[in-house]
Design a protein. Structure first.
Ligand code: ADP
Length: 545
């Protein structure tokens, strides 16, 4: 027997209409190349999103066209998030930090019809445009006065001029909630980037889950600052969830790596929650230490994308009264899978027990199913000790990659997606990521967690940033090497001593290497693949083989 409930489809248009009626006066504040501090209301944002849908129709974009963006976090990008998807078309957010050959590959693979771009990316697009002959034209996301001069891009339009000539009368069509809404490619550390095609349903469900109290706990009282770029998994879903709950949205534009601007925005715009990968918070914390400024309205920050060091969690909490919500997820998961929020059983922990608890990645959002398995695909117990391949399934987890040539190893016939991460899960459901499967260090037949070692190293005052990688060793097969960017002079022996009593003796790295900087991926994470390549000639001093 079927239930007798209305079959209203979960589409982004329903979410946008809710925001228009209920949060019309809420503000969107942005820094852009042509505005120091642009501000308008949700009502204006969505009225312009409707104009944009009309622009796309006038430009002749197909009903299900892929419309690409190469842009920072600001109000125009937000208009594209809704104007493209609510009209039934697919928003393809391109990461401008990818290599040129990856960029032309994904534009062609996605079959993008139009590319909307910030003028800062004009030169990148001029370079790849000849390699992307099926793109019908380009729209510079600026006003006529700021249009790039001597631009060679074919069929170039000005965003503000197009919008100015259009009406905001546009009834977004009703359609199946499973229709594609947006497309994001993983950075593809090996092989070509792979496309993850989100649906309206998956995006709306993910927004509900993100807003839950044990998740990001979003409400109309919040000011949200997505520091994570809008080209990185839809800025982790914050623009959608923020619109849904009626939180103020604050966008740092092209200046997202300026700690001074971030602190200005936090204090002047009443930001209560910010989200980003650990590497964006390092300069912010440095700046707070040297300037003595406060980030008072901020009460929590969501940190994920790579493991958040304990030292960062403690500095935010103890010096600034900001709770770090450590989270884990991936492009294939929209992206949030687990968030570390407390329960009544662990909220009172202190000292080492608290430290061990907060470095965990967290508990599954309702809707996300998890399991860990051994090499024979047998499920392992949730005892906080057994570690294995972390597998997931749920309504905002990708079922297959977009137009993939061949079969994905990650999508099992049993309907579970293998995340490529190795983890433990404790009896309360808290996941602790040990490593990416390809980064696990295998020493003498035993596994060592590079993330645990990095956490210990990061708590040493002389260490600014670090990575632990497994390097070949004649006797042990692999041993950990600690690669460090120093904050102050490093004494190798003293640094290695720091690990005594904090990890098993045989986990302690065999050597420390000091470097000027560490390589990062296009999404701002430390690239261990590139680091291992750079270190290919390295030999441990104690390796006689
Ligand atoms: P990419 O970095 O390749 O663009 P994603 O952003 O999808 O792709 O990265 C997902 C991966 O990032 C996860 O599989 C995991 O290895 C890592 N990751 C994400 N969050 C965390 C976290 N909190 N702790 C440790 N690793 C994390």
């Amino acid at each position: 027997m079927l239930g007798l409930m209305m079959d209203r489809q979960l589409t982004l248009a329903t979410l946008a209409r809710h925001a228009e009626r209920n949060h019309a006066r809420r503000e969107v504040v942005s820094v852009t190349a042509d505005h120091d501090r642009h501000r308008y209301t949700f009502a204006e944002a969505l009225s312009r999103a409707r104009r944009l849908s009309n622009v796309l129709t006038r430009l002749g974009a197909a009903d299900d066209a892929r419309i690409a963006t190469m842009a920072w976090n600001d109000f125009r990008h937000l208009e594209l998030y809704f104007g493209v998807s609510c009209s039934g078309r697919v928003l393809h957010t391109i990461n401008p930090r990818l290599f040129a050959e990856q960029l032309s590959y994904i534009v062609n693979h996605a079959d993008d019809e139009w590319i909307f771009f910030d003028i800062a990316f004009t030169a990148i697009l001029e370079k790849i445009a000849p390699l992307c002959p099926r793109v019908k034209g380009y729209v510079a996301m600026t006003s006529q006065a700021h249009m790039p001069a001597h631009c060679t891009l074919p069929n170039l339009h000005c965003y503000e001029t197009l919008l100015a000539h259009e009406s905001d009368q546009c009834e977004w069509p009703e359609f199946d909630e499973r229709r594609a809404s947006s497309l994001c490619y993983t950075s593809g550390t090996t092989g070509h980037p792979k496309g993850v095609l989100y649906s309206h349903r998956s995006t709306v469900l993910h927004s509900y889950a993100l807003a839950l109290p044990d998740s990001a706990n979003l409400s109309a009282l919040d000011g949200i600052l997505p520091v994570v770029p809008m080209f990185h998994v839809n800025a982790w879903g914050y623009p959608y969830a923020g619109m849904m709950v009626g939180a103020k949205l604050v966008f740092p534009g092209h200046r997202l790596s300026s700690p001074e601007l971030l602190v200005d925005l936090i204090s002047e715009e009443g930001v209560t929650i910010a989200g980003g990968v650990p590497t964006v918070w390092l300069p912010l914390l440095d700046y707070l230490r040297s300037s003595g400024r406060s980030i008072a309205p901020l009460n929590r920050t969501v940190i994920g994308g790579s493991a958040c060091p304990l030292a960062m969690i403690e500095e935010f909490r103890d010096k600034h009264g900001v709770a770090v919500l450590h989270g884990w997820g991936m492009t294939e998961m929209s992206p949030v899978g687990v968030v570390n929020s407390p329960t009544s059983a662990n909220i009172c922990l202190t000292g080492e027990a608290l430290a061990a608890q907060v470095v965990k990645q967290g508990r599954a959002l309702p809707g996300v199913e998890l399991k860990i398995t051994d090499d024979d695909n047998r499920e392992l117990p949730w005892d906080g000790e057994s570690f294995g391949a972390l597998k997931v399934r749920g309504p905002w987890i990708c079922s297959e990659y977009y137009r993939l040539d061949g079969v994905s190893q990650a999508h099992g016939a049993d309907g579970w997606f293998d995340t490529g991460d190795v983890a433990t899960i404790d009896a309360d459901g808290y996941v602790k990521i040990t490593d990416r499967a390809k980064d696990v260090i295998k020493s003498g037949g035993e596994w060592i967690s590079s993330l645990d070692l990095e956490n210990v190293a990061m708590s040493h005052p002389a260490v600014r940033e670090c990575a632990v990688v497994g390097m070949g060793h004649g006797k042990w097969q692999e041993r950990p090497l600690l690669v460090v960017v120093a904050a102050q002079a490093i004494d190798k022996a003293e640094l290695l001593n720091w690990f005594e009593g904090k990890v098993a003796k045989w986990w302690i790295p065999n050597d420390v290497l000091e470097v000027e900087s560490l390589p990062h991926t296009a999404t701002g994470k430390i690239s261990k693949l590139e680091l291992r390549r750079q270190l290919s000639a390295y030999r441990f001093p104690d390796d006689q083989a």
